[in-house]
Design a protein around this ligand. Sequence first.
Ligand code: RIB
Length: 300
Amino acid sequence: MDIAVIGSNMVDLITYLERMPEEGETLEAPEFEMGCGGKGANQAVAAGRLGSDVLMVTKVGNDLFGQNTIENFKKNGIRTDAVEIGTKTSGVAPIFVDPNAKNRILIIQGANSELLPETVENYRHQIEEAKLIILQLEIPLETVYKAIDMGAELGIPVLLNPAPANPALDLEYVKKCTYFAPNESELGILTDMPVGSLGEIKAAAASLIQKGVKNLIVTMGDKGVLWMTEEKETVIEGKKVDAIDTTGAGDSFIGCFAHYLTKGYVIEESLQKANLYAAQAVQGRGTQSSYPTKEEFLAY
Ligand code: RIB
């Protein structure tokens, strides 16, 4: 097995709009799309579409959405033995995408809040077969910490994508991860430093490196990616494309990076490929529906 994703799944309710309504205003939006999402599930699906063997550890809702999410994992070749049905309803994410392809996302965790440390412990034997563990922050923090500790115990590298940003995230756990991958705004929230320019982003990143973070990977949208370690910093330029919908682009990046990394590619090359994969994904609508298959990506 290549990758264990321990994280969230959601139902994305995406409204495409011209502008946000004012207080008290009712506004008609031109289009709507519903699909499978959630940062954990998105990352698993991106890696799965590229051909990785992925285990998903998650809690779906006790409703029709939950069943649909399980079917979706199966369709994308993802192992579902560690997908449990919670007692709550499915996690949902109302998303608003503006004409510049930028999004605003709300999340309601639902059953994701029931993914507890014990659940992760129950699947230790499956998780221990993975070459990489991927985590995000749409599940309880104690579950994330449990998974980080399990990775250390099993000698499996952990990639933590701190999304959505949570200022309560304990840096001691971040330091145990092999890869820490925030986007620029999450970096700003976590460091409480400005991130308006590349220089500011580098300074904020350097502050985390000084505190002991290992491989810091900052995704910067169409500006590219910054990879910083104690020894060096590398900027991989973004690819300029006509974006339609950036929802889930960061997740497609993480899934693709993990795929190539676990297939033996070096970090820099894996980042370059992930950059391209995300650039391709933003040219399609929806979240997972915009993620290319291996064939589509290779053709790109
Ligand atoms: O990163 C995009 C994702 O954030 C969406 O799929 C939504 O479900 C939220 O989790």
